[in-house]
Design a protein around this ligand. Structure first.
Ligand code: ADP
Ligand code: MG
Length: 319
């Protein structure tokens, strides 16, 4: 029997589809990221999985038992399926310790205590244990919220862009801490985000969602090298359409820059990035503008350049 199984979920709001025929099977301990632009149905999907939203069609099963939607269950939601989002709230008058312990009230005292200490350690919160939420930074508060959600070791953990309000450094730290903590538990985790980078920091097991539909599934390498559509391709980098060819695209790092021979263009913008300069190149005769990596930082605005590529690097992409 599949541990966590989602089959053919559909949901519309005022007859506008938000989720279409979505299915997914997970075993215990599996970790998957679902990436999609804003409005692609990520939150709707997780809310249905958690029993907090009513689906139009389909079903969600945990250990073979149906997750009941709010219309069918007196108190919506489940302890075993925990949903964490950006605005997950803490009890403002309870300390860090008390917040983390709250879900453990009815558990064995020794277990509660050991769980608390483990979480404080994993999230680097030991020195803040006596503080109230308002005495913590946003990133620390979010750590406490996540630690408290993990307190009773949920069977399924659903993360709905829980890092969105944090700055990049805080976010990367929290993702690293969370990754460690999750490895030590045996929960199945689904992380949804619009940010592919964040997703890849946690797992390279990906599902791409667009307009409520799963459009591709695989590891990051498969998706980067063999995207089925432009939408999937663009999650990894900008793409450049080859003139006079249909649906033929190149990534910025697959374009070679030469001083003669190839497709002619002019550099109109150059940006210093960590590993290369990113050039914007206006193709001749009012053609498209391409984005190309210049790893040697050789070209400057105004330079004339010729662009070449290996045919095997050309991606054929549907809309
Ligand atoms: P995401 O989390 O990927 O941004 P959502 O699941 O929040 O996407 O939304 C998917 C679509 O459903 C969007 O078009 C959104 O406007 C719509 N939607 C979500 N929740 C509601 C609601 N409660 N009422 C009406 N429309 C909604
Ligand atoms: Mg959302």
């Amino acid at each position: 029997m599949t541990f966590f199984s989602v089959s053919k979920l559909s949901k519309s709001y005022q007859s506008i589809p938000a989720l279409k025929d979505f299915s997914l099977q997970m075993e215990k301990g599996d970790f998957i990221s679902i990436v999609g632009e804003s409005g692609s149905g990520k939150s709707t999907l997780l809310r249905i999985m958690a029993g907090l939203e009513t689906e139009d069609e389909g079903e969600v099963l945990l250990n073979g038992e149906k997750i009941l939607n709010p219309k069918k269950k007196l108190v919506a939601g489940y302890d075993e399926v925990k949903l964490i989002h950006q605005d997950y709230h803490l009890y403002p008058n309870s300390s860090v310790e008390e917040n983390i312990l709250r879900p453990l009230l009815h558990y064995d005292k020794a277990y509660a205590k050991s769980r608390l200490e483990t979480l404080l350690r994993q999230f680097g919160l030991e020195e803040f244990r006596e503080r109230l939420p308002r005495q913590l930074s946003g990133g620390q508060q979010q750590k406490v919220a996540i630690a408290s959600a993990l307190a009773i070791e949920p069977e399924v953990l659903l993360l709905d862009e829980p890092f969105s309000s944090l700055d990049t450094i805080q976010k990367h730290q929290l993702i690293a801490d969370l990754g460690k903590s999750l490895k030590e538990m045996n929960s199945s985790v689904i992380f949804v985000t619009h940010d592919l980078d964040d997703a890849l920091r946690l797992t390279d097991n990906l599902i791409i969602l667009q307009k409520g539909k799963m459009i591709q599934k695989g590891n990051s390498r498969e998706l980067c090298e063999h995207p089925k559509t432009r939408y999937v391709a663009r999650l990894f980098s900008p793409i450049n359409l080859i003139p006079d060819r249909i649906n033929n695209y190149l990534r910025p790092n697959e374009v070679k820059l030469r001083t003669k021979g190839g497709l002619l263009g002019h550099v109109i913008d150059s940006r210093f990035l960590v590993h290369y300069n990113s050039l914007r190149i206006q193709l001749k005769n009012g053609g498209d503008i391409w984005e190309v990596d210049d790893p040697a930082r050789k070209y400057q605005v105004g330079d004339r350049v010729y662009l070449l590529w290996d045919e095997e690097k050309v991606m054929l992409l549907k809309k």
